[in-house]
Write a protein that binds this ligand. Structure first.
Ligand code: ATP
Ligand code: MG
Length: 180
């Protein structure tokens, strides 16, 4: 399984549709300060279901929508699509290529889709959680995050391990069922 491409439209500084293509192996994103490198990583986390504004380096969720510049008015929606090569079947879905999409409107509404079919956020989170790219996003190691893992208490550390082992999904479902 590997990421094939990602298209951003109205996401943070990417006002116009921008497609990034990835090959298997290592991809480096280089550019001057403030050119949008970290925004690319934010887009990756966001399309995979990230729900924390702080993790996306913003104050509120709407901050991911292009806010406008002196020459360009703000946009009303942000959209990111991520295409994953699934020829090895790592994702539990019967497609060799899987595209997940997330759209957010300035009025707060959100839409999610898997291969063009509307779905819930939970569907995307569950699809990805068995593949090692779970919703807690430990595949994205941000600045200072390594310290957080090293300093975590036993409960938190167990959650990291449970996620890696693929059992966190079942725990969350159990907790949700018990709350009903
Ligand atoms: P550095 O090398 O300093 O880490 P970087 O390439 O990672 O820089 P980013 O943090 O990705 O840069 O991009 C920052 C830029 O994105 C800033 O110019 C900021 O104004 C712009 N930006 C962030 N959110 C939005 C938004 N909602 N609308 C428009 N521009 C935005
Ligand atoms: Mg950066």
């Amino acid at each position: 399984m590997h990421l094939k491409s990602m298209t951003l439209r109205g996401f943070k500084s990417f006002a116009s549709a921008t497609t990034l293509r990835f090959e298997p192996g290592i991809t480096c994103v280089v550019g001057p300060n403030g050119s949008g490198k970290s925004n690319v990583v934010d887009a990756l986390a966001w399309v995979m279901g990230e729900q924390g504004a702080k993790s996306l380096r913003g104050g509120k969720m709407e901050d991911v929508i292009f806010a406008g510049t002196s020459g360009r008015p703000p946009l009303g929606r942000a959209e990111v699509s991520l295409t994953i090569d699934n020829t090895d079947g790592a994702l539990p879905i019967d497609y060799t290529e899987v595209t997940i999409s997330r759209i957010m409107f300035r009025n707060g509404g959100s839409e999610y889709a898997i291969n063009g079919s509307a779905c819930r956020l939970l569907d995307i989170q569950e699809l990805l959680s068995d593949s090692g790219i779970g919703r807690e996003m430990h595949v994205i190691v941000g600045q200072g995050q390594l310290d957080a893992v090293l300093q975590a208490g036993p409960e938190e550390r167990r959650a990291f391990i449970e996620e890696a082992a693929g059992v966190l999904k079942h725990r969350k479902r159990k907790e949700k069922a018990l709350r009903k």
